[in-house]
Design a protein around this ligand. Structure first.
Ligand SMILES: [Zn+2]
Ligand SMILES: [Zn+2]
Length: 298
């Protein structure tokens, strides 16, 4: 299973300060960070932009998609048509909807009994809920994002061809590899930011508040992450009222999306990916007990 995750981050494990702590303490300006490298960044780098770029850059899918984006822009420029501009906008909003639908209907699929499929979902998303401050589980894996994007090109291409466009393939490539990719990169930025205890821009604060509700209040609500996606949650009736969040009941076993923290499938998945994600024995045991120590605070 380890081979499924091709994103091998070489640098040392980055254990991020729990987003919950941010939520509880950063409102008052306190900085409860205990991780040296992030602390340094926060002190010297205000909103830690350089830190965020370097964290993103460790992730293979980000590098590949940036390359694809640049190449596709060059491709589009050489054969530019006015419709491309509209397609980029369509792709951008299409990705915001895709982000919501994949998160809700694939990443939060009912945990399968089969350990192989369970592990696939653990790599894709369950693991991120289990260890929300683990830097290696923060980003969408490349083995997931590339096939989805490629499938998108095929789907758009078929639809454009059916509509009678002669350059259906070009149109599909521009829609997905520019519009969808820009929105996806934005999503990764917002999501990473939501999990870091750093000073944030206004829009990022809003995204963080809403995403933290998904992690620490109700994992069946607030599926969007990117700024603006809040509207999709409202239309789909999965929005939590931030102002009245105290009245919203907290889900049981919130970090393990409803599963008993000692569920054998979870225990097996943690063991299988311990090396890959740099999980210590202490963290694994704590996660099994459902202890908050499962979110490392070293
Ligand atoms: Zn998250
Ligand atoms: Zn989730």
């Amino acid at each position: 299973m380890a081979s499924l995750e091709s994103n091998k981050i070489r640098r040392s494990v980055i254990l991020l300060q729990p987003a919950l702590l941010y939520f509880q303490t950063n409102q008052s300006g306190a900085t409860p960070l205990s991780i040296a490298n992030i602390q340094t960044q926060v002190k010297s780098d205000d909103r830690a932009l350089r830190f965020r770029f370097s964290l993103l850059w460790q992730h293979l899918a980000i590098k590949v998609l940036l390359g694809v984006l640049v190449l596709t822009i060059l491709f589009a420029v050489t054969r530019w048509q006015a419709i491309f501009a509209a397609l980029i906008v369509v792709g951008f909003f299409g990705q915001m909807l895709t982000e919501y639908l994949i998160h809700r209907f694939i990443f939060h699929l009912k945990p399968p009994q089969n350990q192989f499929y369970f592990n696939v979902l653990y790599l894709a998303h369950y693991g991120h809920h289990d260890f929300p401050n683990n830097g290696r589980m923060l980003f969408v894996p490349i083995w997931f994002v590339l096939p989805v994007m490629t499938g998108g090109v095929v789907l758009y291409g078929l639809n454009f061809a059916l509509l009678g466009f002669a350059n259906a393939f070009d149109m599909a490539v521009v829609t997905v590899f520019i519009g969808h990719v820009i929105a996806f990169l934005g999503y990764e930025w917002y999501h990473m930011t939501a999990h870091l205890n750093i000073r944030k821009f206004g829009v990022e604060k809003r995204v963080t508040r809403l995403h933290i509700l998904h992690h620490f209040k109700d994992y069946t609500q607030s599926y969007h992450v990117s700024f603006g996606g809040e509207m999709i949650d409202q239309v789909m009736r999965t929005a939590i009222d931030v102002e009245n969040r105290a009245n919203h009941a907290k889900k049981e076993f919130i970090r393990t999306i409803g599963l008993d923290p000692a569920d054998p499938r979870l225990v097996a998945a943690r063991r299988t990916f311990a090396d890959e994600f740099g999980l210590s024995e202490v963290e694994i045991k704590a996660a099994e007990r459902g202890s908050k120590l499962g979110i490392s605070n070293q």
